[in-house]
Design a protein around this ligand. Sequence first.
Ligand code: PGA
Length: 256
Amino acid sequence: MPNATQRLLVLANWKMNLSIDESVTLARALTRAVARAKPAFDLGLCPTFPALPGVAKVLAKTKVALGAQDIFWKPVGPFTGEVSPTVLHELGVAYVLVGHSERRQYQKETDAMVHQKVQAALAAGLAPVLCVGETFAERQSGQKDVVVARQVHSALQGVALPHGQNLVVAYEPVWVIGSGQAVAPEEARDTARLIRQSLLDTFSAEVVSKQVHIIYGGSVDPTNIATFVQQSPLAGVLVGGASLEAKRFLALLRQL
Ligand code: PGA
């Protein structure tokens, strides 16, 4: 049973996987199946940057949204190798992942950078998907709640969410990403409640319930997805590994 108040959101994060051809082929298979099924959820696909134009063509005139995996915090300028939020918007991108733990780890993205990216995404008309979550060491030392609340606060402090714009907050415990072992759904919901509480420091209750989705990510697969979307405040999932192959991803979507 999905969350009664919000339409479920499923985002596929393909990371640095799949060639351009493979991305386009997978997008085609998914859009066909989803169009036939008339699903009760919204779906977004986040391919690697070079595959965005090809996947955008496949998704045009479908109900499946396009997402990107990162942005830079300025719209234009001398920032070699970075990707502009306005250019992503021009390509038809609707969602953009911000602060994914792999970027925090490998690119040393800080809370301050994540904050700027959230603001830049909103300014360009994109919906930021703010990724937060604790490492195993932080969890072991009892810091999970402190870390998650800090990440939410610092990313969103002073941010306005104008009417008609959306924000997604993805709770992704770093230590379960790609591990094949998700956290217990009740624990994910507890943390989602904490996130909801932290959001209320920045936004009104009405904005939070109408414009913000809190979703779970980390080893979501066809066998466990249903347990993560049964109850508020979780209203969707961010799927990595299990979204890379049409048959498996469609099996996962059929559980909703
Ligand atoms: P996973 O990745 O589903 O492969 O654990 C999720 C993510 O990193 O967004």
